[in-house]
Design a protein around this ligand. Structure first.
Ligand SMILES: Cc1ncc(COP(=O)(O)O)c(C=O)c1O
Length: 440
């Protein structure tokens, strides 16, 4: 009988993942054990080939099924300058939700006509930035924001292109913390106000209503909610055309495309989402006699999730006889809050023992002062000892982006690997960084 090793989990790692002669995990040609030694741990490693392949797949799968598409990366999943440069080269747009994300885009001269500015509480300063830097679309989330933007636009003599974010009242069956299209959501215009806001914006001379959008939530494994939401919004667009002469030029269906985090939770391929989404829009627009709008898709997790791997060094272990064995790593909830926040599940391998037989289950715990700082419960691994390197798969999205300095910890370094070369794209924080904003 074949022995069970970490090789079975390789499919969850970046597309370049392989095992070398020493039995080490290799990503983008880089031996992860050597990377951990060179750059220290915790270390986030992004595989450039995986990033570019995901960008290309979205462009191809949607592009071959629909006339006009924009793939807009949702920067909240993870954003830094090097990544933004890759997205720029790949021709993607960028979804930002803050002045900070806008400033990263600006720092690398990202084309601002491809920037979509989302968020449920954009400040006056952020709206000013968006107007001054001429973002492509401002996605309006509520009535107050509408008034605030109108005032700013008038002051500056600009007529911004806007989308309205609608809340379609559809449950995408994901964790409630990442479900955004349901009736009881802080985001978007609630169904009862859809017509009121369209009528108001259409008659506003200082705003140009380009289209409508929604975002159902994140990590959506089902495709049906997209069909339902698109149907609902297109029916509404047709009604608004009849009643108010509104011509929808753009339909933004948000992101949410799932990523496979564990072997027991496969996801639909991007082609399946694209097929349903494109077919629904094509058919429905024909039925309703609507001109086909430009389709905007906003994947975040699906672009960066699998491309990112985190390397931790194992420090100690604790056996509770008859209960469980804990293995402690040098990171945890400060660099990856997802397991503690919404019970996210992950798989991992011991990067320096890829070919050894898995002998028993352990629980991977972080080093932070919370009992809930558990990264993975009950995972089968080979015997581990202090100094081993644990590599966790699918850590590209919503890990570093949500990282904190809890326990005054230092945020991790990030490297980009490609063709056997590793390039530091974010240096590790230092103790000086920690004190930089303190005033005594
Ligand atoms: C408006 C909008 N678009 C896109 C996304 C990206 O979602 P995901 O990373 O699941 O693709 C989000 C995430 O919350 C969002 O709020």
């Amino acid at each position: 009988m074949a022995i069970k090793t970490a090789v079975s989990r390789l499919s969850l790692f970046p597309i370049t993942a392989e095992v070398n002669k020493q039995g080490h995990l290799v990503i983008g040609g880089g031996d992860t054990v050597a990377l951990a030694a060179e750059f220290g741990t915790p270390l986030y490693v992004f595989d450039e080939a995986s990033l570019r392949a995901q960008c290309a797949e979205f462009k191809m799968e949607f592009g071959q099924r629909y006339t006009e598409i924009s793939v807009v990366y949702a920067g909240k999943a993870f954003l830094n300058k090097a990544l933004a440069l890759i997205l720029k080269e790949e021709g993607l747009g960028l979804d930002v939700v803050s002045g900070g994300e806008m400033s990263i885009a600006r720092a690398i001269d990202f084309p601002f006509d491809k920037v979509y500015f989302h968020g449920n509480n954009k400040s006056a300063e952020e709206l000013n930035m968006a107007l001054e830097w001429r973002v492509g679309r401002i996605v309006i989330d509520n009535f107050e924001e509408l008034t605030r933007l109108s005032e700013r636009a008038r002051e500056k003599g600009r007529v911004p292109d806007i989308l309205l974010r609608l809340t379609p009242g559809i449950d995408p069956h994901t964790h409630k913390y990442i479900s955004t299209g349901v009736v009881d959501s802080k985001f978007g215009f609630t169904l009862a106000t859809w017509e009121e806001v369209v009528a108001q914006v259409i008659s506003a001379p200082d705003l140009n209503l380009v289209g409508l959008g929604f975002h159902l939530g994140s990590l959506i494994f089902e495709i049906e909610p997209y069909r339902e939401a698109i149907g609902r919004v297109l029916d509404f667009a047709a009604e608004m055309k009849r009643k108010h002469g509104f011509e929808m030029q753009e339909l933004d269906i948000g992101g949410g495309f799932a990523v496979q985090y564990t072997l027991d939770a496969p996801t639909p391929p991007i082609s399946s989402y694209a097929e349903v989404i494109a077919t629904t829009i094509n058919d429905k627009c024909q039925e309703l006699k609507l001109a086909l709008p430009r389709l905007v898709v906003e994947p975040g997790r699906a672009i960066v999730g699998r491309a990112g791997v985190v390397l931790y060094r194992i420090g100690a272990a604790k056996e509770i006889p008859g209960v469980r064995r804990y293995v402690f790593v040098d990171g945890g909830m400060a660099d990856n809050i997802r397991p503690a926040l919404y019970a996210a599940r992950y798989e991992a391998v011991v990067a320096n023992k890829m070919l050894l037989e898995e002998t028993g289950k352990v629980t991977i715990a972080g080093k932070f002062c919370e009992s809930g700082d558990i990264l993975i419960s009950d995972i089968s691994l080979p015997p581990v000892t202090a100094g081993d390197i644990l590599a966790m798969a699918d850590c590209g999205a919503y890990c570093l982006a949500m990282a904190s300095n809890y326990n005054a910890s230092l945020k991790s370094a990030v490297v980009l690997v490609k063709d056997d070369k590793a390039r530091l794209i974010r240096r590790r924080e230092t103790f000086e960084d920690l004190g930089r904003c303190d005033v005594v």
